[in-house]
Design a binder for this molecule. Structure first.
Ligand code: QUE
Length: 349
């Protein structure tokens, strides 16, 4: 029996607007293979359809926008001895991220709650990311021993936002610490482009469909009330997250002379996989040099295939998402015992 309401993404065209409605509330809209297929097919159809002038994506659940990729599915695949199922899933997701990056029409994400990992992958590549006071964003992969992905390593290093310049150091800080960006942080860093209060999000959506994004934003967009906490650390971040390898970054943080900054960083990385931190640093260095996002997504794909079959990935997803105990035991246990050359050869090979 197929019930229309059980589709995990409800897609439609409404007054010339392609609409993607995320409808998997029980998994916080985390993206599984079926959902990637729907997004991919819609983007493909709408790109060449003159009757579609713009696309919006939003969640129909007050619980949040999108928690990421379905990493439980990936863990199950690896544990059942069929990692190739996870390989196909991530390859398809990353291809969709690249297509979205090159999508030529306005693409508007309405973010009225959590957006992590894959949730940023279906928003940061578009032209508009509208956030409310309920929004927050993070790249939390270090806690599950995965890599920052979905093209975010490429995008974060190039975003200008309210701060007025691109900061590769900030990008490395965000993906290694998993810093939870507030709406103000998102606007300041460039992750978000506009602010609309949560109570006006539905009106905004209707206005976008009725009269287009620019007119809708001029009706509803306001300034965010809070200041960016992230902005207060930028000088410390720029002075330390600039080195070639993760142990060098940690040394710089230790020797920088700001104890409260160092303690903040240590707290944020306390539950992180050493292998993931080293691999992420190698990936970010390459991502800075890539000229097209598809090149960077290919590095993610190759690195992801390797890191998902290392023991930390199954253990990390267990600790964070299955048992929710955050009690992972990592192997190798320290960043000094991780060999960066292995990951460097993959992303540079
Ligand atoms: C890292 C991740 C994810 C994560 C937590 C991390 C991720 C993801 C989820 C998630 C959260 C809530 C759910 C769910 C999945 O959490 O990708 O199904 O209900 O999807 O530390 O990468």
């Amino acid at each position: 029996m197929t019930d229309f309401s059980e589709k995990l993404i409800i897609s439609r065209v409404e007054n010339g607007t392609g609409v993607l409605e995320l409808n998997r509330p029980r998994a916080l809209n985390s993206l599984n293979p079926e959902m990637i297929d729907v997004i991919d097919e819609c983007l493909r159809a709408w790109a060449d359809d003159d009757a579609v002038s713009q696309v919006i994506v939003y969640s129909n659940s007050p619980k949040g926008f999108c928690a990421g990729g379905d990493v439980r599915y990936a863990r199950d695949a690896v544990q059942s001895g069929t990692p190739e199922l996870a390989d196909k899933f991530f390859a398809d997701e990353y291809k969709m991220n690249g297509d979205l990056h090159h999508f030529s029409k306005p693409y508007i994400a309405l973010i009225d709650g959590v957006a992590m990992g894959g949730g940023l992958g279906i928003s940061v590549h578009g032209s508009h990311r509208v956030v409310s006071e309920k929004a927050f964003a993070a790249m939390p992969e270090m806690a599950i021993a995965y890599i920052p992905d979905v093209g975010v390593p490429f995008m974060l290093q190039r975003m200008v936002g309210g701060k007025g310049y691109a900061s590769p150091a900030l990008a490395l800080f965000l993906v290694t610490t998993g810093w939870r960006l507030s709406p103000a942080d998102m606007l300041w860093s460039g992750v978000a482009t506009d602010f609309v209060s949560s109570e006006n999000m539905e009106s905004l959506r209707q206005a976008i469909i009725e009269k287009g994004i620019d007119a809708a934003l001029s009706d509803y967009a306001t300034e965010v009330a809070e200041e960016s906490e992230l902005a207060k650390w930028i000088d410390d971040i720029e002075a330390t997250f600039v080195h070639g390898s993760w142990p060098q970054v940690l040394d710089a943080v230790k020797n920088h002379g700001n104890e409260s900054f160092a303690n903040m960083v240590y707290e944020h990385i306390a539950a992180s996989s050493p292998s993931a931190l080293v691999a992420a640093t190698e990936l970010m260095a390459v991502a800075a040099e890539c000229s097209d996002i598809r090149e960077e997504l290919e590095c993610e794909r190759k690195l992801g295939e390797v890191i998902r079959i290392e023991p930390d990935f199954v253990e990390g997803v267990r600790a964070v998402l299955v048992d929710k105990a955050r009690d992972a035991s990592w192997n190798p246990p320290t960043v000094e015992s991780v060999d960066p050359k292995k990951y460097r050869a993959i992303v540079r090979g």
